[in-house]
Design a protein around this ligand. Sequence first.
Ligand code: MSP
Length: 528
Amino acid sequence: MSQPACITTPIYYVNDRPHIGHAYTTTICDVWARSQRMIGRDVFFLTGTDEHGVKVEKSAQARGIPPQELADENAAEFQRVLATFALTNSDFIRTTQPRHVEQVQTLLRQLMKTGDVYLGTFEGWYDEGQEEYHTENRARELNYLSPISGKPLVRATEQNYYFRLSAFADRLAKHFADHPTFVRPVERANEMLGRMRDGLQDVPITRTNFSWGIAMPDAPGHVVYVWIDALLNYITALGLGTTPSAPESKLRDRSRYWPADYHVVGKEILWFHAVIWPALLMALELPLPKCVYAHSFWIADGQKMSKSLGNFVDLPTIERYTSVYGLDAWRWYMATQGPLAATDADFKAKHFHEIYTNDLVNTVGNCPSRVGAMIGKYFGGKLPSDSHNGGEWPHRCKATVDKWERCMEVFDLVGAARAGMDLFHQVDVMINDTEPFKLAKDPANTPRLSSILNQCAQTVRIAGLLLEPFLPQRMADLQSAFGGVGSGKSDWSSRKKYGAIPDGHPIEKIALFPRVDGAIAVQPASAG
Ligand code: MSP
């Protein structure tokens, strides 16, 4: 049995409606989760909502409703979106659930016992929008302005419980040095190392100025800082904070999924995930996640997306894209054109349309349609035999599958997508070079024609397989049109093998991705 796999998204704030930022992170995690399930791993894919904190409290106040009501409403909306986008998360954790709250309290008690959490007084530069303190150095670097909202940082003093982050500086530095891929991409790891060199100060982990949060155990008036509460979701979902007698201890069965393979997060929340979170885990004597992957941002038509500019790709906009181009097309654009690397990616309606047309209509759609049409026309829709045993194709396919597996392992979704596309391109090249439609004119060529079309079909099936995590709906159609073999039930080693479609098996001509008229395509986000 191969190793269990675990991937997580950040848990999303419930004071916001779902938008491209959430859709992006969740979609790329979904692609990876599907890929690992496909190769036979037992996958746990976690997402959920972050429901406590001042921001949520204030948003609820502004609407005149209790924070729990706001949380319920928006958590339901996030869950609805997961379902309509066919995202395959294994669980949806909400930080107001008793299973989470109880474990957070257990874990904090443990940290108080070890002395990693203590009561102290703190003064610092506070970013009210982000609910985050900055060190003097960092605040100076930021010109005493929030890097997110641009609003001035405020000087704040509090008596609070602290997490002894400073005690973990050496161990963290060593962990980064020993595990060069702990934080990716490398640019982001360097950024974290740079900030760590400024020194690590203890972090206040409770507040007394608000009430919408988890009560600090045995400390009346103190509420757990939302970020500490939120980070712990990654292990409370797996039951790692349970005591054997607690009702939620059955969650413990999930402990096999820890440590996570990937925490996928946006770059603006990396410090919490790459520095504070590992230190907390060290204090709790738990293993660290294998990799914290920080993606960059989507921008819109060259500009930062923001509510005030009104150019945020929000849910209604996303839904317009999925209704015009289909859900698979949306996933494809997210996964292959998104800000996975250290640079931001520009979301443009025209670019979306071009990628759809070039990759999906002209390549992934057209190639199987050509192959299916020729098998239909020349061989009555039954797979002709190949007297050459695939020629060089078995080797080419295997090399490509290997490459895809390696890319997926390291979360190189773009590389994995390219591997699948590459096989479609190679089939197109073979068709263009051998011109089966000319060969078909002379019956003497039948054996050759038969081999060529068999090789095309066998290769198309594998190419489709490699794109299945990206394009689950259309690639399921492709698999059934191309022999229906090796569907979800079979194991990976037989599915990935060249030549799985038996001779004589029906092959259908299918239209996977309809051409979309550019003129009726979706308006840019800013016009929506
Ligand atoms: N609640 C915290 C995370 C706690 S995790 C223990 C949080 N929530 S959030 O709702 O603000 O998360 C937003 C996620 O969406 C982040 O990963 C963020 O990077 C991502 N995005 C928000 N805007 C984005 C873009 N414009 N582009 C891509 N992703 C961005 O932070």
